[in-house]
Design a protein around this ligand. Structure first.
Ligand SMILES: *Cc1c(COP(=O)(O)O)cnc(C)c1O
Length: 425
């Protein structure tokens, strides 16, 4: 008898009324195959699907859940805030509190503006950089993801440092052409680009520890040179800290690297699991925004009191529990367990703090997107399903990283490494 799970039943219904059955593409399990688990609840390090199966979770909703799922402090803050009003469309104490908090944590963050997603944050930061410099060209790196604004859905053109080409239908070529795509781990290319076009480049946007195409750790000196080149040419340096920020250190990647960008963008952790994004940086740049300056930017639900309360509660709890140190301890613990298992097969465990990735190919871990071996995705697919059968969720794509949260325990790390050993065997 073939039985249908409730997940399969609901997903089948969802596919009729939601394109692909999902609200964001990677959730469809396209690259690993199978039917996505439809989740009904989650707590701490565990998620529960609609069939009542419990899984140990290393996806963490793709990054926001640094305390784990439905942390009591966040749930309490959200409930209390909601009872006072879910949205005012007016200044509120919560946004002031979160703004004061994050500007005190992140290097060079003099002012910040809240939005509702990471996409909005990067889109707005780029508009601001263009408005402030009066230049049109922007530079991004292949393999970095910055949300789905038109000018950021751009792939490298043919040849070195060429005009970008749309990587999605619906993005006008004329937009993509104003985005130059560089390779990570290639400073020569950047030097040439700045020598030729530096005075036309409004901004460079980069994920300091790129975590959307594997985890592509850059060599020492990469960011330093990027900082020097942008400063020399009056180009705005934007650190996209949507994943790195408030996860790697109180001051994000900027603190870890000891480099202060002109603007930084945030999302994920800053919202404590609710929809929040933010961008900020130097006062002289930020005051170019409306209502003070000519660069327009707005949002009906921006600075939403419930979302602000969630973000604040998450940052409070992180501080109270010395969370960054504990996350590093957990990350090191996972590395100690898993790295040898992978090394036995010639693979590499890549980690920065609580962000991890398995490089399932021989040789050095990749530092740029095109160094990732396509066969690694086939290996990942087997591991993914092997772990899911053993009650463990990792991201349903070989290119996505895993996240640890303060809800994980050493016992959870043991479970993952034992299941991984069985699966690899
Ligand atoms: C997730 C992500 C974004 C986009 O954020 P959304 O909230 O999904 O719009 C932007 N930049 C980076 C680095 C991200 O990881």
């Amino acid at each position: 008898m073939i039985t249908t799970t409730r997940s399969e039943e609901l997903f089948e219904r969802a596919r009729r009324v939601i394109p692909g059955g999902v609200s964001s593409p990677v959730r469809a399990f396209g690259s690993v195959g199978g039917t996505p688990l439809v989740l009904q609840s989650a707590r701490g390090a565990e998620v529960v699907d609609v069939d009542g199966n419990v899984f140990l979770d290393f996806v963490g909703s793709w990054g926001p859940l640094i305390l784990g799922h439905s942390h009591p402090a966040v749930v309490k803050a959200v409930s209390e805030a909601a009872a006072r009003g879910t949205t005012f469309g007016a200044p509120c104490p919560g946004e002031l509190a979160l703004a004061e908090r994050v500007t005190s944590m992140y290097p060079g963050l003099e002012q910040v503006r809240f939005v509702s997603s990471g996409t909005e944050a990067t889109m707005s930061a780029i508009r601001l950089a263009r408005g402030a410099t009066g230049r049109d060209l922007i530079v991004k790196f292949a393999g970095c993801y910055h949300g789905h604004a038109d000018h950021l859905l751009v792939a490298a053109g043919s040849g070195l440092v060429t005009l970008g080409q749309p990587s999605s239908a619906g993005v006008p070529a004329a937009f993509a052409e104003r985005t130059l795509v560089c390779d990570l781990d290639d400073l020569d290319q950047l030097e040439r680009l700045f020598a030729e076009r530096g005075k036309d480049i409004a901004c460079v946007i980069v994920e300091p520890f790129p975590a959307n195409n594997g985890l592509l750790i850059q060599r020492d000196g990469f960011h330093q040179r990027l900082r020097e080149l942008t400063t020399q040419h009056g180009t705005v340096l934007i650190f996209d800290e949507v994943i790195n920020g408030f996860r790697l250190a109180p001051g994000g990647a900027a603190e870890v690297l000891g480099i202060t960008p002109d603007l930084a963008t945030f999302g994920k952790v800053i919202g404590g699991g609710l929809p929040v994004g933010a961008f900020g940086g130097k006062r002289e740049l930020m005051e170019q925004l409306a209502p003070l300056g000519p660069v327009y930017q707005a949002g009906t639900l921006s600075g939403n009191p419930v979302a602000m309360a969630a973000g604040l509660a998450a940052l409070d709890e992180l501080e109270r529990r010395d969370g960054f140190a504990r996350l590093e301890e957990l990350g090191a613990g996972l590395e100690a367990r898993v790295a040898p298992l992978l090394a036995k097969r010639g693979f590499t465990f890549v980690r920065r703090g609580s962000i991890f990735w398995m490089s399932l190919q021989a040789g050095e871990a990749p530092r740029r997107a095109d160094a990732i071996d396509a066969q690694a995705a086939d290996r990942y697919r087997e591991i993914f399903h092997g772990l899911q059968e053993r009650g463990i969720c990792i991201a349903p794509s070989a290119y996505e990283v895993g996240f640890l949260s303060l809800a994980h325990t050493e016992a959870d790390l043991d479970r993952l490494s034992i299941a991984l050993e069985e699966t690899l065997g």
